[in-house]
Design a protein around this ligand. Structure first.
Ligand SMILES: Cc1ncc(COP(=O)(O)O)c(C=O)c1O
Length: 411
């Protein structure tokens, strides 16, 4: 019988993605299980940022809008992201934050759905998704009604008064993955448009927006795309919907921004979903991250993500029994994304104590330790080591210290 160590060594030796790890700056000994919150920095990013600051900005100054092609970066990066999520060039643009893009997508979808007033989501969706819906309701003076229903029943509410359904494909806490094609089909039967939040999907699972007849999607640049803290986000608008209104009608979304016309006339394509001036330094970092993941085969990424999760769940089983963890994610990885969550009454203190053992995961209120699995830079051996360190934290109760109980402002 092969030992666990042999099995893991074989998995790592046969990993088709193993060379990607070297492309990232990751300190020896650190096991980083939070790439689903903030991806690690690609080594190439520092040089690209240096060049953007000292050459493009420093020397080129404003001429770099054309000279370094800054002006086309949202569209150029959008086209690269499109390749990761089953969209065509011209259907995705890098812009703003995820939250702002949710607002833009909701507004655009509503403009196509005259007479329908309900915007729908599931309870437990990421808070910003709820807040953006509530903000729109407020702006509409109550004409638009924001509604959140339990995950099990939300699809039963699809009806003629529902304008848009906003769902996160991979749930931020549980990791449950929704069936995009089936939900799009069900929604379309009732004339409802769907907005997908792909924050925990893009770069981690295979996504086929066009193939599943998606309407709108948005997502983060700083998670599995490794674009850096607060990286620009992106928005997908299916070609057939690109005549929708851009409710945040900024000058970069105008048909002729440099004509400085006072009357808004939207650009004809995806550019209308830009708003103001793109944050170029953020775009430079994002592009490095996107370029790196674009070199990986997404099927291999997904296969490794599933295998890492299965290994983690297998190795955590004895700890669940001994130390009171409960798996809070699907064991069947066909219906899960790229993180595994465990509920534990000391989840916060355990997450903090793990950091002392050089394992970084995160805590999600009220009681979840969330372990993110990033196939580009995690090794199978890291999973085994992380579980061994978790065991040590539990056996020695090293989490049981006052400083590990005090909640920080970022968890
Ligand atoms: C599902 C989901 N949507 C949105 C966001 C964040 O939005 P923003 O980038 O605007 O902060 C997150 C952040 O973790 C998320 O998990």
């Amino acid at each position: 019988m092969t030992s666990l160590a042999d099995r893991i060594a074989e998995l790592d030796a046969n990993d088709p993605l193993r060379e990607f790890r070297d492309e990232f700056q990751l300190r020896d000994g650190l096991i980083y299980l939070d790439g689903n919150s903030l991806g690690a920095v690609p080594k190439a990013t520092a040089a690209a940022m240096q060049d953007a600051v000292t050459e493009q900005w420093g020397e080129g100054l404003i001429t770099s809008w054309l000279g370094a092609d800054w002006v086309n970066s949202p569209r150029r990066i959008g086209d690269k992201i499109a390749g990761l999520i089953g969209a065509k060039p011209g259907e995705v643009i890098a812009a703003n934050s995820t939250s702002v893009n949710i607002f833009k997508a909701l507004g655009a979808a509503l403009s196509l759905q005259k007479g329908r007033t309900v915007i729908l989501t599931e309870e437990g969706n990421f808070p910003t998704d709820h807040y953006m819906m509530q903000g729109l309701e407020c702006l509409s003076g109550g004409t638009v009604q924001s509604l959140a229903l339990p995950a099990e029943t939300v699809l039963d509410r699809l009806d003629e008064d529902v304008a848009v359904l906003l769902l996160t494909q991979v749930h931020y806490k549980s990791g449950v993955m929704r069936d995009m094609a089936a939900i799009n089909a069900a929604a379309h039967t009732h004339g409802v448009l769907v907005i997908w939040d792909l924050s925990h999907s893009t770069g981690a699972v295979e996504v086929d927006l066009d193939g599943s007849k998606a309407d709108f999607a948005i997502g983060c640049g700083y998670k599995f795309l490794n674009g850096g803290p607060g990286a620009p986000a992106y928005i997908y608008v299916a070609e057939r919907h690109q005549h929708a209104d851009a409710v945040l009608a900024g000058w970069f979304g105008h048909a002729r921004p440099f004509a400085f016309e006072e009357r808004y006339e939207a650009a004809s394509g995806i550019e209308r979903f830009l708003c103001g001036t793109p944050p170029i330094l953020g775009m430079v970092a994002l592009e490095e991250g996107v370029d790196l993941i674009a070199k990986a085969d997404m099927r291999a990424v997904r296969a490794k993500s599933v295998a890492l999760a299965q290994l983690l769940i297998e190795l955590m089983k004895p700890l669940c029994e001994e130390f009171g963890f409960t798996l809070a994610s699907p064991e069947d990885r066909a219906v899960a994304g790229s993180h595994v969550s465990y509920a534990h009454e000391q989840a916060y203190a355990i997450t903090q104590a793990l950091k002392e053992h050089d394992v970084i995961g995160d805590f999600r209120a009220p009681d979840v330790v969330r372990l993110g699995l990033t196939p580009l830079y995690l090794r199978y051996a890291d999973i085994a080591d992380a579980v061994a360190r978790m065991r040590e934290v539990c056996e020695t109760r090293s989490w049981d210290r006052p400083e590990f109980r005090e909640r920080a402002s970022v968890t």
